[in-house]
Design a protein around this ligand. Structure first.
Ligand code: TNX
Length: 562
């Protein structure tokens, strides 16, 4: 495959990064599992195993054991927090066999307490060692750290597990951490023997980057709503907060558009290799959005333009400069298709498609593609982007596009998704200096469709072979040479599906690399260390097995036998 370079520039907004000082890091993930098994060591070991690595971990104090009397308390009984309580209960009930009721009262502190809002920053009284104090259950004011939109604090003592956050997303992320503090068998769907011990200590955690994405290409091969929801559940485990859906490409158009009905009906009728394809009705798409929102993920829909458009061009002859529709395409070449930049109908098409998609999408972004437009001349490419970006902003959305946008005129506030391999594209760095924000998806690091080794049965290798260590060892802040670190909004792991057909295929390519990209997006740079990470990652293996996720057992990772 030919991969093009980019040109050009533009304005800015800073992504505020909330970083806890490395000093707060205490005994955390860099501490490899201890060989001895005194209770304190055992606690430290378990607390130090979380992926993504939390910003601050203090092990110590009595452990909490989930038992038949454990309840999940939702003081204030807000609907949103109750849903998170129900989600946690749904994880705990099948494997523990306990009833784990979710109750509104906050008075009884013997159990798991989910606290939202003001109480979190209020006076607290538990020590890091978990000794109960006068304000039992309050989240202590033990650091000056603001938990913000997604942070949380988890305090485990002999009496209770108290999870506090300023926003519900933080509680949800804290629940993912709590899952990892329990034995892997907690993820199974039948009753297992405990004990269900949560080690004593305190975790205070906030993300490094606001945007932490996973992309699924549902165009090259179509994936059902249930398959997408399965992937959402996997993304949520690692605190990913954006689901980018690549909804259109040469091989298939996957979203119903009322004003252009043949896009889905005809353009969605096949896929790579000539299978039946498929598309989402608007109700299907709303269901994906709803399900994702319940896991604190925002859906980022992509309509790839002006290239990667054969499915649309085949559906409507008038979109072609020639006026003739090409046949549907089921191969894997890229760069041969283009919307007709000089025709007015092209912009009516873009307006109506993006308008309908904006109306269905509560999240802030519309991704307009813009990659590999090899059949669109540069001047035409710039013209097209000049006309289509304002359509996105007219519908109240933020422009997201592949990094070729940097070679056109990115509008104020736009975000470019970088997919190069060596960070040498000066146009991208210049545009970032001028204010373009970046989401980092370097293909030789973050592309989940790259083979791990030459013998990986699935995947492609145009960006190289990407073993687990390659995938983990990079820093978003410095990857694009000359781009200011402040321009980086976050990271994303794309999974292109030319060779990916089933959920088992998705599992195998995403695991174990996806958690590494999630960690790069979430954890403080100071925690980044392969030797410690591979031990933490290894501990995830039994969890994936318990969840039915079949992963690649990379020889780089010291997996336990499970
Ligand atoms: C490049 S990177 C593409 C996709 C392919 C992918 C395969 C980018 C924005 N486009 O069209 O599916 O490589 O790895």
């Amino acid at each position: 495959m030919r991969r093009p370079s980019v040109r050009n520039h533009f304005p800015r907004i800073l992504c505020s990064l909330l970083l806890i000082g490395a000093s707060a890091w205490a005994s955390a993930p860099s501490a490899a599992p201890a060989a001895r098994s005194t209770p304190a060591d055992a606690s430290a070991t378990v607390l130090a195993r979380v992926v993504p690595a939390p910003a601050s971990v203090q092990a110590g104090g009595a452990s909490y054991v989930i038992g038949s009397g454990t309840r999940i308390h939702v003081p204030g009984n807000s609907n949103e927090v109750r849903k998170i309580g129900d989600y946690l209960a749904a994880v705990l009930r099948p494997s523990t066999g306990y009833p784990v009721p979710v109750v509104a009262d906050g008075g009884d502190r013997d159990g798991i307490v989910l606290k939202l809002g003001a109480a979190v920053s209020g006076a607290g009284s538990r020590t890091a060692a978990g000794a109960p104090g006068a304000g039992g259950g309050q989240v202590p004011r033990d650091t000056a750290v603001a938990l913000g939109a997604e942070g949380y604090r988890l305090i485990v003592s002999g009496q209770s597990v108290t999870l506090g956050a300023e926003q519900a997303a933080g509680l949800f992320h804290g629940v993912q951490t709590l899952r990892q503090l329990l034995p892997a068998a907690v993820e199974k769907h039948s009753v297992q023997s405990g004990p269900w011990t949560v080690p004593g200590g305190t975790i205070t955690d906030v993300p490094r980057y606001a945007y932490r994405g996973g992309m699924l290409d549902v165009s090259r091969h179509f994936f059902s709503v249930a398959q997408v929801e399965r992937y959402i559940d996997q993304l949520a485990l690692y605190k990913i907060n954006q689901l980018h859906l690549h909804l259109s490409d040469d091989q298939g158009w996957r979203i119903a558009v009322d004003s252009w009905p043949r896009l889905a009906a005809y353009g969605g009728s096949t896929q790579v290799g000539g299978g039946p394809g498929g598309s989402y009705s608007k109700a299907d798409y709303r269901e994906i959005v709803r399900y994702a929102a319940g896991r604190y993920l925002t859906v980022v829909p992509e309509i790839d333009m002006p290239g990667h458009t054969n499915a649309a061009l085949a559906s409507y002859a008038e979109l072609n400069c020639s006026g003739t529709a090409p046949p549907l395409y089921t191969g894997t070449q890229v760069g041969f298709s283009s919307l007709c930049v000089s025709k007015d109908v092209t912009y009516r098409f873009a307006d109506e498609v993006l308008g309908e998609l904006a109306a269905l999408t509560p999240g802030p972004y519309l991704h307009i593609g813009g990659d590999e437009a090899h059949s669109t001349g540069h001047a035409d490419y710039v013209t097209f982007m000049d006309k289509v970006q304002p359509i996105v902003t007219k519908y109240g959305k933020t422009v997201l596009a592949w990094h070729q946008l940097a070679g056109a005129h990115p509008v104020a506030g736009a975000v470019a998704q970088y997919w190069g391999t060596d960070g040498s594209e000066k146009e991208v760095a210049d545009a970032a200096k001028a204010g373009l924000r970046l989401v980092l998806s370097p293909a030789n690091r973050a592309y989940l469709d790259m083979k791990y080794t030459a013998s990986t049965p699935l995947g492609l290798d145009w960006a190289g072979l990407v073993e687990v260590k390659d995938s983990y060892n990079w820093d978003p802040a410095t990857f694009v040479k000359g781009a200011p670190a402040s321009a980086v909004l976050g990271v994303e792991a794309p999974l292109w599906t030319e060779t990916i057909v089933t959920s088992a295929n998705i599992d195998y390519m995403a695991f174990p690399r996806l958690p590494g990209i999630a960690e790069i997006g979430w954890s403080p740079a100071a925690t980044h260390q392969w030797d410690a990470y591979k031990v933490r990652l290894a501990a995830q293996g039994p969890r994936w097995t318990a969840l039915g996720i079949g992963y690649y057992r990379s020889p780089q990772v010291p997996w336990p036998s499970d």
